[in-house]
Design a binder for this molecule. Structure first.
Ligand SMILES: [Cu+2]
Length: 245
């Protein structure tokens, strides 16, 4: 009887262990989605034209013109929303482990700006740094947790693959063009999203559970909230940044 009991216990332990390392179970289908709202005076955050004229080679035909701005508000959405907010699971995944995709995430230097401005990546996933300009860029990773890569890409179409190893968010700058800046956020799991033109985010494939969700913006700071998501469930979770001037 005792022997059977311990056998069953061992089997259960084995099953639990298998479940913990297997991210793609059928019931891991929870969704948390929402938008990041701006409440305040839109006039406080006017975007003026970025001056890249110090380097004539920065001029490109179709400048995206968004890669170096600290605050971008989506004024056409109602209510006004915030772009470039990283929303992610901060707590609640327990001991689960997740395999990083082998597909590279691209960070492009074009028109002497970074695209994207806020980039999310999993630890161990390749990061491909590309120079799309006919000028010299120096890419310099700040922050203390991951390797502080610091190298130049003097020619157009140069590419370099890097690997980040630990969960952290850090700034990247170019030592040649002082206006260039972006952020890289590294995660141990795939549950993160960056707000775009609509100011929305969506975290999909979540195992049922209770999560602390965080929204991070480089100027407005962080906000958190707790969201419970069950099997086959989609939960709405909006954030509102109400910055004081
Ligand atoms: Cu540069």
């Amino acid at each position: 009887m005792l022997r059977n009991g311990s056998l069953i216990a061992a089997l259960i332990a084995g099953l639990l262990l298998a479940a913990a390392s297997a991210p793609a179970r059928a019931e891991d289908n929870g969704v948390i989605k929402g938008k990041v709202v701006f409440k305040g005076d839109v006039a406080d955050h006017k975007r003026t034209k970025l001056d890249t004229s110090k380097d004539p080679n920065c001029k490109i035909a179709k400048p995206k013109g968004i890669g170096s701005y600290k605050v971008i508000l989506n004024k056409k959405t109602d209510p006004v929303t915030v772009r470039n907010v990283m929303v992610y699971v901060k707590e609640g995944l327990g001991d689960r482990t997740f395999t990083a995709p082998t597909e590279a995430v691209e960070l492009i230097q074009e028109g002497c700006q970074y695209t994207p401005h806020v980039l999310g990546i999993m630890a161990g996933q390749p990061l491909r740094v590309i120079n799309g300009d006919t000028t010299n860029h120096n890419i310099h990773f700040l922050g203390q947790v991951n390797p502080q890569y610091n190298f130049t890409q003097p020619k157009k179409d140069m590419k370099k693959d890097l690997t980040l190893v630990k969960e952290s968010t850090f700034r990247v700058k170019c030592d040649v063009h002082p206006w260039m800046g972006c952020y890289i956020a590294v995660f141990d799991h795939p549950f993160f999203d960056v707000t775009g033109k609509e100011g929305t985010f969506e975290l999909t494939g979540l195992p049922p559970g209770t999560y602390v969700i965080e929204a991070w913006h480089e100027t407005f700071g962080t906000m958190t909230q707790t969201v419970v998501v069950g099997i086959d469930e989609t939960k709405e979770a909006d954030f509102t940044f109400e910055p004081t001037k």
